[in-house]
Design a protein around this ligand. Structure first.
Ligand SMILES: C[S@@+](CC[C@H](N)C(=O)[O-])C[C@H]1O[C@@H](n2cnc3c(N)ncnc32)[C@H](O)[C@@H]1O
Length: 264
């Protein structure tokens, strides 16, 4: 089990789809059009969000391999996508990067994954894809920016504590959190790739109340662990933020970046 619930991934998928940088999807699409046998490996696939987003943008006949270590998420992906031609699924722990099947792969895709991984992981991963000449499309890497229109005096403290928690071990050693995208950028440029990065923030309002509430609920444990503020202040802040979701003109921005890196 990864700790990521199907319900959470389902809730965030529409916001993710709206946030993804279309220009990078178009670039991926053009790159794959030029491939004789386009093949994608989607790592940390969850229930298949990246496949659903990209399927209309990749050449017909593109082969897909969806990998995740969580059997429940993989089963959910297989139940919803399994009838599609040229899509395969496999349980795979990314901690065994040396076994990542990259033979004949045009591009590795991922979404909402790289902020969980460590610098060592990024180094080993970049080495592998550069050695194989595979491209990378890594979407929705959390970048550390969270802004609300309806401000509370403790917002900055709470976001800073949340971001410190983002850098704790998420199963790959000390996580890069918001540092993931810059790290991949440098490594893959050093590897001779052309790298493009664009912002892909969630821009949420009252229509996204369920997602905002679930996101804020996910703050409680990190804040209890990391914040200099006590439990009562944390609960007061959470109560303020929850109530503010329904306030007139209330909006929230949660920052991400998308990155595409292609061999030149
Ligand atoms: C935030 S979810 C994103 C899922 C999906 N890409 C999406 O955008 O909905 C992170 C995914 O990484 C997977 N994951 C975490 N650690 C992993 C590991 N060691 N090996 C393979 N997958 C892993 C989780 O199971 C989860 O599906």
């Amino acid at each position: 089990m990864s700790g990521f619930e199907t319900e959470w991934l389902t809730l965030r998928e529409p916001a993710d789809k709206a946030a993804r940088a279309q220009a990078l999807i178009d670039k991926l699409s053009r790159y794959l059009q030029a491939m004789p046998a386009p093949a994608i490996v989607d790592i940390g696939c969850g229930t298949g969000s990246t496949w659903r987003c990209l399927k209309g943008h990749v050449p017909e006949g593109t082969s897909w391999l969806l990998l995740d270590h969580d059997p429940l998420l993989l089963e959910q992906a297989e139940n919803t996508i399994g009838g599609e031609a040229a899509v395969a699924f496999s349980q795979f722990d990314l901690n065994h990067l040396e076994q990542l099947p990259l033979e004949g792969v045009s591009v590795v895709t991922a979404s909402a994954l790289f902020d969980l991984v460590s610098e060592d992981f990024c180094v080993a991963f970049s080495d592998r894809i550069v050695a194989q000449g595979c491209g990378l499309y890594a979407a929705l890497n959390y970048d550390g920016i969270i802004r609300w229109t309806h401000r509370h005096p403790l917002d900055d403290d709470m976001v800073e504590a949340f971001n410190r928690h983002q850098k704790t071990d998420k199963g790959f050693g000390t996580a890069l959190g918001p540092g993931a995208s810059p790290c991949l950028h440098l490594l893959l440029e050093d590897g001779g790739y052309q790298v493009d990065v664009m912002k892909s923030p969630w821009l949420l309002d009252g229509k996204d109340a369920a997602l905002q509430k679930a996101f804020l609920s996910g703050f409680r444990r990190p804040l209890l662990e990391m914040s200099m503020h006590g439990e009562a202040e944390i609960e007061d802040w959470l109560a303020f933020r929850m109530a503010a979701i329904a306030a007139p003109e209330s909006r929230c921005e949660i920052g991400h970046t998308d990155l595409i890196a292609l061999p030149v």
